[in-house]
Structure formats: structure tokens, C-alpha cells
Design a protein around this ligand. Sequence first.
Ligand code: ACO
Length: 318
Amino acid sequence: MYSRIIGTGGYLPEKILTNQDLESMVDTSDEWIRTRTGITQRHIAAEDQMASDLALEASRKAIAASGIRPNEIDLIIVATTTPDMVFPSTACILQHKLGIANGPAFDVQAVCSGFIYALATADMFVSSGKCRNALVVGTEVYSRIIDWNDRSTCVLFGDGAGAVILTQDQQPGILSSHLHANGSYSQILAVPGNISAGKIQGKPFITMEGNTVFKFAVKVLEEAVHEALDANQLQPSDIDWLIPHQANIRIISSTAKKLGISPEKVVTTVAQHGNTSAASVPLALDIAVRDGRVQSGHNVVLEGVGGGFTWGSVLIRW
Ligand code: ACO
């Protein structure tokens, strides 16, 4: 038994923040941002929009595309670093907003690898027969954990959500998944604050060693693709679509170059979305499915890397 994606959905908040807008907020330039990151704009959630609201919009689209009814969903996994509350989980809040109940619902926290972790976990539930239809979501409101006075981080991130419906099938589907973590790198990318004695203690905003993150990301993203291909006895030339985490166009291009994969086979959204963390891979997948690039029979590699550090891949025969 396998699990197979039968519907995708994405949602981006209405408000767009361009590089030109950022020029009036911090000491930066459109030219610096574009040449260092490839980003030209990002979407920002309205004040009253929480991660579960973005997730709800993306989930509704994925459910509609899949043709199943919401009450046929018997598992919800939400990947997010910016949950609505400390608890209950954003997955439980989303479940209620969808008007369903009873199946398991929980969050995974693996930062920018979150959707890969969530999809790999859902695959184990569905392919083992424990659940029949899983809703898997990556949703983020990073605008809430950004120091808008810190030019080294505020230009990089955006808000959004992406979702998929995963169902049981005799045919693949997901062929393999691989997850990794190395906590010794926890300090190079973090929001170090925590809640204690009724207050946030420490910094509640993203802190990052940009250069170290860059090098680490390129290294593990290349390794993750090789690991996925080796497990399925495939070569880089067998990949129809590589959909990597969208952090920076230079990280994506370096990874593709090292793997010998042509840029035409790599789905990129970072220019329009910025880095939407756990939402970046399902948003990019949804766009490539809806515009007809991803077709039945294609080999699609999804991969992520993020704080923790965490990284991993899911290889899909579409
Ligand atoms: N505008 C203008 N100048 C800036 C800005 C900005 N927004 N940000 C930093 N600078 C300046 C720095 O202060 C520095 O100035 P100095 O030389 O006078 O000290 C100069 O630009 C160069 O800074 P570097 O950090 O060396 O620039 P670099 O070429 O490494 O690019 C960047 C920085 C884009 C952050 C890069 O390191 C990067 O992309 N790293 C990966 C980070 C990432 O993607 N994080 C996302 C989360 S992790 C993940 O998703 C995997």
C-alpha cells in the first residue's frame, strides 16, 4: 500500500511588501535584496490573520481539488513555527474551522523542513493503513517573528500556506522519505525567546548567522537529493521536477548546479513569495501542479532544510 497526493492548495495573503517598500523601512536596496537572495516581494498577513486562517484557505483549495469531502479526512498534520497559540495545536484549531472532528490532529515543528517532516509522517500513517485521507499543511506568519528594524533578516521572509490531501492507493505515490536533524546547529538560526513567569524571556525575533546557514543549506540539500535517488536507484537525470525549500535563489541554484540538474527542472517561487518557511514547498508544489508542469508519471523530489538544524526529502511518482 502507498500514499498518493490527490489535491493541492495554496494561499498567499493579499498584502504585498515589495523591496521598494522595504527601502523606506530599513537601510537596504532593491538591488542588494535581488542580487543576494532573488527576492522581489513577499506577502504579509493582515493583523487578524493567524496561521490557522491561512491554513484554512489553502486546505479548502486542496480539499476541492481532491474531490473528497472534509469529513473524509481522518488525519491532520500542520507544520508551523508560528502557531496561533502555545496550545492547542494549530492542527486542532484548523480541524474545528473545517467543521470536522475525531481524527488525530497535531503540529510538527521542524521550521523550514516542517512540511517535509509532516508529509513523511502522514505517509507512514496512510501507507500503513492507520488513516485513509490525510490533510497535510505548511502555514506560516513569519511577519510576527521578524524584527522589522533588522535588515539582515526582515528582507528574507514572507507569509503563506500550502496544503495537500494524501490518500491510500495501490499505486505510488510517495516512493521514499528521509528525515534528518542535528541539534548542535541550533544557535545558527533561532527565535531564542520563551514564555516564562508571564512574560517573553529573551529575544522573540529571528536571529541568524546568514553565511553559516547558507553553506549548511547547500551541503545538505545536495546530500538529501542523492539519498532520495540512491534509495530508488534513480539518477539526477531521472528527476522531472526538483521542488526545494525556497530560502534564497543562490542556495537553490548552487544545489541544482552541484547535482547537474538544469534550472528548467527546478520550481522556484522565492522571487514572489520570499521564504515562507514550512509553507514554501507546498506552495511551490501547488503552483507547479496547477500550471500543468507536474504531470502524471513524473518523478518529483521535494526537499527542505531549516532551523534545528533539520533537513530531508520526499520522492514522489506523480
Ligand atoms: N541590505 C543591505 N545590506 C545588507 C542587508 C540588507 N538587507 N543585510 C545585510 N547587509 C550588509 C551586511 O551588513 C554586510 O555589510 P558589511 O560588509 O558592511 O558588514 C554586507 O551586507 C554583507 O553581508 P553578508 O551577511 O556577508 O551577506 P551575504 O552575501 O552572506 O548575504 C544573506 C546575506 C542573503 C542573508 C545570505 O547569507 C543568505 O542568504 N544566507 C542564508 C540565510 C537564509 O536563507 N535564511 C533563511 C532561513 S534558513 C532556511 O530557510 C534554510
